[in-house]
Design a binder for this molecule. Structure first.
Ligand SMILES: [Zn+2]
Length: 213
């Protein structure tokens, strides 16, 4: 799964790429993969207690993402900056699917990682639906890559585990660039619990969105 030349990660918010698959990104990058991360939403709702200045908050989160990405070998970030925190309408899912299709045509990934279908966060669920709808579009190019779902705070029952023990510290270093999120506390502990629940060592868990080409 990590032996790919081009990897596209679809993150709902800045930091989901690290939480969900930062170790897998680091391993793929170590093996020479070009890693593109798309961040769909602006992250503006990530500060319910208003600890930070709201006007600068989304741009601050983009800076944190870029800084974090350096620790795990992300080659490039794309930010759509869509407003978050609402239940998506059908036409928005359609629109998202078409935009994703265009992005995939540009990047030509061999592997796409996105939130799994059972992710309970509304924004994550929206992204998962848009990815699924994109994969259903009549377009032969969309048959040319694998697609796997990652977990953030809604644990999945994995089809595949990636041992990220060797790059775990890089993943944490990446996360530590997200000061706006760590300000709320408990994140690293929660993440560690999630990663160590399978076997000895640290793992990232994935579920097939589609793995047969
Ligand atoms: Zn998120």
């Amino acid at each position: 799964m990590i032996e790919v030349e081009s990897l596209l990660v679809i993150a709902p918010h800045p930091d989901d790429e690290i939480l969900g698959c930062g170790g897998t990104i680091a391993l793929a990058a170590e093996r020479g993969a070009q890693v593109n991360v798309l961040v769909v939403f602006d992250g503006a709702a990530g500060d319910p207690d208003r600890l930070f200045d709201l006007g600068e908050y989304p741009s601050k989160r983009r800076r944190e993402a870029r800084a974090g990405g350096k620790h795990i070998g992300v080659s490039e970030y794309t930010f759509w900056n869509l407003p978050e925190g609402h239940l998506a309408l059908e036409h928005e899912i359609d629109q998202g699917a078409k935009l994703l299709q265009e992005l995939v045509h540009t990047i030509r990934p061999q592997l796409v990682l996105a939130p799994w279908a059972g992710d309970e966060h509304p924004d994550h669920h929206t992204v998962s639906r848009a990815v699924q709808r994109m994969l259903e579009l009549p377009d032969t190019h969309l048959d040319s890559f694998d697609a796997w779902g990652f977990e953030v705070w809604s644990p999945l029952d994995p089809d595949h585990l990636v041992d990220v023990s060797t790059v775990w510290e890089s993943k944490l270093d990446a996360l530590k660039e997200h000061a706006t999120q760590l300000a709320y506390g408990g994140m690293i502990e929660k993440l560690t619990d999630l990663a160590t629940r399978h076997n000895a060592g640290h793992f990232e868990a994935f579920m097939k969105i589609r793995s047969e080409r």
